[in-house]
Design a protein. Sequence first.
Lengths: 255, 94
Amino acid sequence: MDQTLKDHLVAFLLRQGDNTLVLGHRTSEWCGTAPALEEDIALANTALDLIGQTQLWLGYAAEVEGTGRTANDLAFRRDAYDFKNLLMLEVPNEDFGRTILRQFFFDAFQVPWLDALQGSTDERVAGIAAKSLKEALYHLDRSSETVIALGDGTEVSNSRMQAALDYLWPYTGEMFADDATDAAMSGAGIAPLPSTLHTGWRGKVAEVMTSATLTTPDSTFSHKGGRTGTRHTEHLGHMLATMQVLQRSHPGAAW
Amino acid sequence: MSKEWPLWEVFIRGAHGMSHRHVGSLHAANAEHAIRNARDVYTRRNEGVSIWVVEAAHIAASNPSEKGPLYDPARDKVYRHPTFYDVPDDAGNM
């Protein structure tokens, strides 16, 4: 594999792992404080699924990178600008409504994305995708049903879901913004172009938003800079400070 | 109207179990929600392959204070146990 393709593959794997890591950490922030015991456990399960997927993606990223770093180094010893997650996943949870709607937007992307990655020319990518897809399918089932229940619920729950939708919408476009790394992955048959999933995602979202009696904004404006690492929100650094404090204070600490 | 979700009783059939067993209860808005919650609360350690839920309000229960008349009369009727027979191997689990 030539160096340019290898660099793109590492970037691609970091995107995969950083997405699940950042969303996994955000989701874990609910542990012990969710609105109901059952939701608390469900959110903790989701967070653990995502962290498990992170270990696989970042573990492979570290191997391809080949500089001796481990998945733990990548997760806990990089700074905000090295992270390549979607901006949508790093913004604060705010409330349960925004948390679950973000989860739905991500799940509705992950399911067809991981499904396509199962056919990757890279066997490791295909294997990680196949394992992750089963978890993503359950996440999508739970998040879509919860979004519908809250959107089509009471006046209060509907208005909070609509506020979450208005807030998150400008962040969703970043999922489908192709760049040179995506072109390289597509060219090598490792992953499809994210933009090819946009229409299907819009269809799934429209279906769920209609059932949830929520109104999707007209705007196509999109925040960007997370996947490339060039312009994260101010929230990521605060999140990393909490997430990384132990490894920063005691580098290499292990169980 | 109560703002609490109703209570559901959860029954799980384990991988090698032959019948669903009561494992506990939880709160949920409706049956589908109860099954998802049961999956998350009661099968996270790989306990089950099948889930039943039933709203607790629909379960009719015997009265504990009637224990004597209900169960004591059966105590001295050992002949009702099929322990005086040899069970053929082919009969399998009984």
